[in-house]
Design a protein around this ligand. Structure first.
Ligand SMILES: [Zn+2]
Length: 586
């Protein structure tokens, strides 16, 4: 089974930017245009993307940082290349001073900019080699096409006033049938007035692409996935319709999935505006991609960049990665839901870092697979535990979706979210037991949902499962630079396989994926004394007690979803009201 890693609402540059409040002035906001032009490109040779921004009504002070672009995400061995940056206004070219940081570039203007400003630059579309897993959001080329998160390709003007934004494509030189698609639509689109920073968290894909379209749902990809994505995309389209009802989304907005290749961490994804990126590659099929598809889609209904990993990822794991919502929607059979639920539980309970306090997660997120994964699966178990507590405390009336919808309502109303607010909702529904469980989560206590947490068809059992154990120190696999084995433990499977301290290794496996499958082996490419060879072993160690759930014989299938009946009825009602004439005709 495949795994997930979500870069949630991850704008590389704009995280934490203040919420934008619409005002009457936004109706008359000026129109900024972005022209994206590209010629033929290939995975081996890459190609240039030529970008022109035309920004009217600018009043920007001398000395200010006018433009910013993301150039590198964790895992990339070097930065993307941006060339020939030129900025001008009615007074002619303006000289820019370039500032480079580890993962971004910024251009500071040496004089004030006034009126109509034009920005032009070239960005190299190529596949920068990866040395480790990172978020799949950088500019990359698959087949005759490119894709990127907005702020890795658009040098974003640091202007705070609202603009309408026109995204325009000129891809005629890419070949017959080439088109551009963004999170806001196919081809040229105009986005209503709002902050320019919105561009950071959209996806852009251009080239000769394959598409699957169903009503407001669309999936696009370039290159050649190792499986036919259409059946899985049809499944996602149905799930999106159902989730719109489940989360009582105000509308069912157009929604897009962008598929692309990931040579390092295939099967991961990134949730962005009205859309997500999912990656294909080694070991990925339409079937095993479903947990990540459900996970990322859950984000687009519930995540907030004001909340921490435990909230955003916990909710997405609980509802998505376990396949709980697809199961409730009738899109996934009961045994598959149970299998994925147990995968999440096993990964958490066999994680040697399972006692790590939540405060240590973010500082070490990309450095250590075991910490990265923990944030997800522990969060998932936390929401499962809370779900059952809500059910019991309310006498069967509601579930954990109840306070989550209260948080969603605040997002839709443009109001801020906070951990305190969440704690207040838990206290309201659960009394002191809610905040007490939350404290356990934050302090690294073991989170154990009750036996009946997943309904009357399943019960909790303890199984002996081997701990995830590389057999050597995690610091042997740094994000950047050579990977040299250190801290090899005698007796570990790695030592038994013949690995030695000082061996230089590389690997092309997604460690997140290896960790989440108790049977999955790890292959290391070893260089020792000038000799290169591969070594394969099972990165597992001592047996530990792990909680799992099993199907209770004799409880009929028809009873399994009983605790969810109120939620399911409300979802059905919502969907019945929201069916559009176009959908009725189909
Ligand atoms: Zn996620």
């Amino acid at each position: 089974m495949k795994r997930i890693l979500g870069w949630v609402l991850g704008s590389v540059l704009t995280l934490g930017s203040p919420a934008f409040a619409a005002s009457p002035a936004t109706a008359a906001a000026p129109l900024m245009r972005i022209l994206i032009k590209a010629g033929a490109m290939s995975e081996s040779k890459g190609g240039d993307v030529d970008i022109t921004l035309s920004i009217p009504d600018v009043e920007f002070p001398a000395g200010g940082t006018f433009l910013k672009i993301g150039t590198r995400v964790p895992g990339m061995v070097r930065s993307q290349s941006v060339r020939a940056m030129a900025v001008s206004d009615a007074s002619g070219p303006a000289r820019m001073v370039l500032h480079g940081a580890a993962s971004s570039l910024a251009w500071q203007t040496t004089r004030a900019l006034e009126g109509d400003v034009t920005v032009h630059y070239l960005i190299r579309a190529e596949n920068v080699p990866l040395a480790a897993g990172g978020p799949a959001v950088q500019l990359r080329v698959d087949g005759n096409g490119f894709s990127s998160q907005g702020d890795m390709i658009i040098a974003t003007p640091q202007i705070q006033t609202p603009y309408r934004i026109g995204i325009e494509w000129d891809l005629s030189a890419m070949g017959a049938g080439a088109m551009g698609v963004s999170s806001y639509g196919d081809g040229n689109v105009e986005i209503p007035a709002g902050p320019i920073a919105r561009l950071g968290s959209i996806v852009l894909m251009g080239g000769v692409m394959q598409r699957y379209v169903s009503g407001p749902f669309e999936a696009v990809w370039t290159g050649a996935p190792n499986f036919d994505p259409r059946p899985a995309m049809q499944w996602v389209a149905r799930l999106h319709h159902w989730m719109s009802g489940f989360w009582r989304s105000a509308s069912e907005p157009p929604y897009r999935v962008f598929l692309r290749f990931d040579p390092m961490n295939a099967g991961t994804g990134a949730a962005l505006t009205h859309s997500f990126i999912a990656t294909y590659g080694k070991g990925v099929t339409g079937e095993n991609l479903k947990p990540i598809l459900a996970h990322e889609m859950t984000h687009t209904f519930t995540a907030s960049d004001e909340m921490q990993k435990w909230y955003n990822e916990g909710i997405a794991v609980y509802y998505g990665s376990t396949l709980l919502t697809p199961w409730l929607a009738g899109l996934t059979p009961t045994d598959q839901f149970l299998a994925h639920l147990n995968e999440v539980a096993a990964t958490y309970y066999t994680d040697v870092k399972r006692s790590l306090p939540e405060s240590q997660v973010l500082p070490n997120f990309w450095k250590d697979t075991r910490i990265r994964i923990l944030a997800y699966d522990r969060g998932g178990m936390y929401f499962a535990a809370l779900n059952h507590m809500e059910l019991e405390a309310s006498g069967g009336k509601h579930l954990i979706g109840y306070p989550i919808r209260a948080m969603n309502a605040r997002i839709e109303a443009g109001q801020p979210l906070s951990e305190d607010l969440w704690l207040g909702l838990l206290r309201r529904d659960l009394g002191p037991a809610g905040p007490a469980l939350h404290h356990e989560l934050l302090s690294g206590g073991l989170i154990v949902p009750s036996s009946g947490a997943f309904g009357p068809c399943f019960r909790r059992v303890v199984r002996k499962i081997p701990m995830f154990d590389l057999g050597f120190a995690m610091k042997s696999l740094p994000l950047f630079g050579p990977k040299i084995i250190q801290g090899l433990r005698p007796g570990s499977n790695a030592a038994k396989a013949g690995l030695r301290n000082g061996d230089q290794v590389s690997y092309a496996a997604a460690l997140d994926d290896v960790q989440s499958n108790v049977h999955e082996t790890l292959t290391l490419h070893v260089t020792r004394a000038g000799r290169a060879f591969t070594m394969t072993y099972l990165p597992r160690g001592k047996l530990v007690d792990a909680y799992q759930w099993e199907r209770i014989a004799g409880v009929p299938e028809s009873a399994c979803k009983a605790p969810y009946r109120n939620t399911l009825a409300a979802t059905r009602d919502w969907l019945a009201k929201k069916i559009s004439p176009a959908e009725t005709r189909r």
